[in-house]
Design a protein around this ligand. Structure first.
Ligand code: NAP
Length: 300
């Protein structure tokens, strides 16, 4: 059992790829679950077993999970605004996964949620992620739930879009003026804590916020990022209300819009969380921004 594979759904995504690397570094065998057409070349290699399965098909998922000792559930709709897409992937797929775990005899479930679930202003993404959490916590499995804030690092669609905006837009919009606080977390440290949770009994039945060590105002985050890139970015305040409605319209016609309602809502409210439980149980020690940014830009 000790050497049986650890399954990752969404293994080809931004966080999934980091988790594959982290688990291999720890000497684990990884079972990468993916859909047809996923960029599996990003994770293929020694120690990685690939299984294609449809995420809403409990039989295929149980087959893909068979023989694994744990599953880390990363697959999700992460940039959709449409309720039907969010519901299918962030709610229905969790129920299917729980059923598949039971059928395959996999007892350990690590569920990737988000700090957005605790914000007062929520959209379809954050509301459905909260529903997914409730399903995981009621599953009867040995669960751990992680709520990361915005995860930064090379390969994140959101982060790379932001870097491109700073580089190429004549003026980068700061919704609501950029005064709200965020606590971005480095992807490698998030992946390390998630992987370690599989070895720590204290993590069973617990929810952990994963975030950077200090809050930073959105506008300072933007300025620090531009400075680290060596670009002279200019910023302009844009009211949150119209931006939210515009992203809602964009998201209704575009499955993967360049900017979505969840990102706008991050500018409309503070995201400040407590990482002490993760420090205590999982040796979580994230770098501060912009130190972590410099490490990310230099390829960490
Ligand atoms: N990145 C962040 O800042 C952040 C912050 C908080 C929480 N989270 C949570 O962390 C988890 C991982 O996020 P991420 O940033 O790695 O997201 P991501 O890069 O968008 O990856 C999402 C993964 O889900 C898979 N997926 C999407 N639709 C699917 C479908 N219909 N069937 C099967 N697989 C499907 C994707 O497969 P393909 O590779 O084929 O596209 C991809 O592997 C998510 O649960 C997210 O909610 C992320």
């Amino acid at each position: 059992m000790e050497n049986s594979p650890i399954a990752i759904t969404g293994a080809t995504g931004f966080l999934g790829r980091r988790l594959v690397r982290e688990l291999l570094r720890r000497g684990r065998i990884v079972r990468g679950l993916h859909r047809a057409g996923s960029p599996v070349q990003a994770i293929a290699g020694p120690g990685v077993q690939l299984r294609e399965a449809r995420i809403l098909d409990a039989g295929q998922m149980a087959w893909a999970l068979s023989g694994c000792r744990a599953v880390i559930h990363c697959a999700a709709a992460t940039d959709a605004t449409r309720e039907d897409i969010n519901r299918a992937l962030n709610v229905d797929a969790v129920s299917v996964l729980v059923r598949a775990c039971r059928d395959a005899g996999v007892r350990r479930l690590v569920f990737l949620s988000t700090t957005c679930v605790t914000r007062p202003l929520r959209d379809s993404y954050s509301s459905t992620k909260l529903e997914g959490e409730l399903i995981a916590a009621a599953s009867g499995l040995d669960w751990t739930i992680f709520r990361p804030t915005m995860i930064y690092g090379r390969g994140s669609k959101e982060f790379e879009t932001f870097l491109r905006a700073l580089r190429w837009l004549p003026v980068t919009p700061l919704f609501g003026g950029g005064g709200k606080l965020i606590q971005p977390v480095a992807v490698w440290e998030a992946a390390r804590a998630i992987a370690l949770s599989l070895e720590r009994p204290a993590a069973l039945g617990r929810k952990y916020d994963l975030a950077g060590p200090h809050p930073i105002a959105m506008k300072d985050f933007a300025r620090e990022t531009a400075r680290a890139l060596g670009v002279r970015a200019r910023f302009a305040p844009v009211p949150v209300g119209p931006a939210f409605h515009l992203t809602k319209v964009l998201g209704s016609v575009w499955e993967h819009p360049p900017i979505n309602t969840d990102q706008v809502l991050a500018f409309a409210q503070d995201t400040v969380v407590d990482i002490e439980p993760a420090r205590r149980d999982l040796d979580f020690d994230p770098p501060a921004y912009p130190e972590g940014l410099r490490r990310a830009l230099s390829g960490e």
